[in-house]
Design a protein around this ligand. Sequence first.
Ligand code: SF4
Length: 385
Amino acid sequence: MDAGRKRELEAKVYAGERLDRDDGIALYECDDLAWLGRLAQDKRTALHGDRVLFNVNRHLNLTNVCAASCSYCSFQRKPGERDAYTMRVPEAVAKAREMEGEGLTELHIVNGLHPTLPWQYYPRVLRELRAALPGVSLKAFTATEIHWFERISGLSASEVLDELIDAGLESLTGGGAEIFDWEIRQHIVDHETHWEDWSRIHRVAHDKGLRTPATMLYGHIEAPAHRVDHVLRLRQLQDETGGFVVFIPLRYQHDASGDPRNRLQPRTTMATPAESLKVFAVSRLLLDNISHIKCFWVMHGVSLAQLTLNFGADDLDGSVVEYKITHDADRYGTPSTMHRADLLELIRDAGFRPAERTTRYEIVREYDPPVPLALRRMRPQRVWD
Ligand code: SF4
């Protein structure tokens, strides 16, 4: 990018002017990562200062049986496969209880699209979980699952959500978005929920007062223009509803075990760390109406997750114990567990001030800022388990 174009983009960012599609593509084409990072970081600092949010959550997958076969997913199993599972309601509650402790504030629940489970199972699980863990927020189901529930129940999204909210639902999850552009989407997605239904369902959820996350799966066969298109669709929807609380770029992962369910693997490589940092920075700059950008460290590794905090991210998810949807056989050096103390250390070590939040992004507790580097004693590096 030439100096004139850089100055033009800088002027727009610092004047708070909205960036357009061409600007977004130009930012992706820019090789000056340090410059891009500074722009995004200035924007992030103007919004959130040196604060980085985190929450203490656990992931629960009620079933890995799925009627779809998305080409990036090695989580799904077909009925009757040896390691297919579906939790009965008491089993799900027992599993959630095992995860309780450490001040858990959120359960994140996503599942396969089970071909025969009745619709009533889902509100029942939520009711039982809410009774068993009254202080824990239930963030559950992607828009894809809500669309599936419409199909198996004969109810509308509005009726499905009313029943789930009555059973304890506090937020949808942001998944099922992948990449909205059909040219790419048709190669990676096997379910029937595309932009029209995904956006319709989030719109209904926002209308009911739910605040939801939005995601983007990047680093597979998409080009930067598809990422820009994806983010601009979300920006437009956010102008309309104001209901998205956070944007989460999810890095596509190869399956290190070579599981043939991941059919994208032979066609692509994973995004490099530099490309990932660009995704965070450009997303921060384009999304002037979504407050938070989250790094899901499980998909990025802890080192890259720390760096994203300097490229526009201000939120780290979370203290996950098990994450399976795109991480079923991961060998990329990411830990499987992070506790509150680990997250505090990770955030402070990157130079930021941690604050714990709820599912709805209310602050639970502010923590001390990091000790200045000059005052720190040298100590062996922590290896996360
Ligand atoms: S991504 Fe979700 S819908 Fe697609 S195959 Fe995997 S579990 Fe099923």
